[in-house]
Design a protein around this ligand. Structure first.
Ligand code: BTN
Length: 339
């Protein structure tokens, strides 16, 4: 068994022991390696910041670990999940999306997850950059290979958004709202952004890279006032820090479940779940898009993930890309175009 798998199994056994001691003999037996080899791997875990107590008569006990996202930590908690079957972690990289696209081109398997402690060239939507300071947030990209045509690929962003919503609900007991096309908000401020990128032939997707930037433990001082939009973090909203490992694992598990659902029943259940978590349905908004500015009342999203606005004369405007801003409540107003 490779050394990383041994450490992953050690962490799993410690976790299953629920804070109790596990004897060296049992670890050696379960892992099929000598007690000296167990000791060596425990030392390596300690070097990575795990606090592991050793008692001659009782064995080893895990007292705590660093909130460092490592392949061993994630893999040891995920079991049979397709999402996260392979995990690649970077101390620092340009952009996990760029790395994921490179890996996908080289044939990386579906479900590969890339995570960075920091990004030097974090990418946002519409050529913008994504603030990526070290050690506080989650910057992750997930490679999927759905058997769909390229024009259905935007659906995957909504799948990823719902996975993040559910992960945040589970780990933090906070309820983010989704904002079209790819933002998550808490208290009206942006807490996460998603950027999906594609590698495709004319009629077939080769790989979708789902990029997720989640502001986890960033403090108010770490959020520049120069950002284009009001931003926040889970810690700011929840009043305490959260484990990035718990969040990364929860995102993988929820994405895995939603991806299975998507393959069995298509986009409709995901579309409905997304709309149920969107505060803008039925509200008046202004959308800045390629052709100018559009105003109207949000009806929802369609099967392609396009935003539907109720337009003048009962028509519906279909918007594929743009930035949405809520407007005040004027009951009479319907969609108007301002070019
Ligand atoms: C946006 O709201 O504009 C999308 C932001 C997406 C940021 C994430 S961080 C992980 C992944 N790697 C990147 O370079 N971008 C995405």
């Amino acid at each position: 068994m490779p050394a990383t798998d041994v450490r992953q199994q050690l962490l799993r056994l410690f976790r299953e022991a629920g804070g109790q001691h596990v004897s060296g003999a049992r670890l050696s037996r379960e892992l099929g390696i000598s007690r000296a080899a167990v000791w060596k791997q425990i030392e390596l875990l300690r070097a990575r910041g795990y606090r592991i107590e050793a008692e001659r008569s009782r064995g080893y006990r895990l007292l705590g670990g660093p909130d460092r996202v490592t392949p061993e930590e994630i893999r040891s908690r995920l079991g049979e999940s397709l999402v996260g079957r392979r995990v690649v972690c970077f101390e620092r990289t340009d952009s996990t999306n760029l790395q994921a696209l490179r890996l996908a081109e080289q044939g990386a398997e579906e479900g590969t997850v890339l995570i960075a402690e920091a990004q030097d060239a974090g990418k946002g939507r519409l050529g913008r950059s994504w603030l990526s300071p070290p050690g506080v947030n989650l910057y992750t990209s997930i490679i999927l290979r759905p058997e769909i045509p390229p024009w259905d690929a935007p659906q995957m962003t909504f799948l990823a958004a719902m996975a993040v919503v559910r992960a945040v609900e589970e780990v933090c007991a906070l309820s983010p709202r989704v904002k079209w096309p790819n933002d998550l908000l808490l208290g009206g401020r942006k807490v996460a952004g998603l950027l999906s990128e594609l590698s495709a032939d004319m009629d077939r997707v080769r790989a979708v890279v789902l990029g997720i930037g989640l502001n986890v433990n960033m403090s108010p001082e770490q959020i520049p006032s120069t950002l284009r939009y009001p931003a926040t973090s889970l810690a700011i909203e929840g009043g305490r820090n959260y484990s990035r490992i718990d969040l990364a694992c929860a995102i993988c598990r929820h994405l895995d479940a939603l991806y299975r659902l998507y393959r069995e029943r298509g986009f409709e259940p995901v579309r409905l779940a997304w709309e149920a978590n969107c505060d803008l349905i039925g509200r008046r908004v202004e959308v800045s898009c390629g052709e100018g500015t559009l105003r109207g009342r949000v009806r929802g999203i369609d099967g392609d993930g396009a935003l539907l606005l109720d337009g003048p004369g009962g028509g519906v405007e279909r918007i594929l890309a743009g930035d949405v801003r809520p407007l005040g409540t004027d009951p009479g107003e319907q969609a108007t175009k301002e070019h």
